[in-house]
Ligand binder design. Sequence first.
Ligand code: PEP
Length: 256
Amino acid sequence: MPHRPYIVGNWKMNGSRAMLAEARAIDRAAGRYPDVQVALAPPFTLIGALREEVSAMGVGGQDCHAQPKGAHTGDVSAAMLVDTGADFVIVGHSERRKDHAECDDTVQAKADAALATGLGVIVCVGETLDERDAGRAVAVVAGQIAGSMPVGEGSADAVTLGKVAVAYEPVWAIGTGRVAAVADVIEMHAAIRERLIAIYGEAGDKVRILYGGSVNAGNAAELLAADGVGGALVGGASLTADAFLPIIAAAGTGEV
Ligand code: PEP
């Protein structure tokens, strides 16, 4: 792995204050693995509390609106995430793309808005099973990269500073227990890297490309060791410290 591995937990619409104990345990583990960048994206309601409780890991949002403020009931802006203590945001998760009909343009606007506030950003891409079966996986993901990556003012600097990551998450592997074949992950990450360099030039090499989709204690080591895999975006297995810690351990050289 050429970059410091980045292991990010996505709690989705799970978690209450009672789960802060899990976050504290994950944070303690993060402190023992300084060679791994660890972060959690809890629901909006827990960002502020988590920020107060943890010190070694990053805390982020799972989405933000592209506008800084206004009449958008139920939405949260990037500036609001910063205000509550977040340091990054996930945009373009396939659940957002599907449940909220978010297209590449929307995802790109959110990513640009996030970078403009100083947040780091993780842009999610990934093909459906039908698209993979039709032999279109690389073309679909290449299109998402071309349309979703931030290109606004300051984005090149953010890329150079390592504040931009991509999560390759095959839709059919998310929450299903099905994991992409390592050879397919390697092929896709190489294709993504090519597109990133086409967009950002040499700086495109600074973007970490995470794999996501049913990563767990049993498969993390193999996936994280694969060529071009710069970390993992983890859903279900990030909900408890017991499930998440072995993934952090697989990425690093510290000791749990
Ligand atoms: C995700 O939510 O991004 C994800 C990859 O979920 P899971 O690890 O549960 O498949």
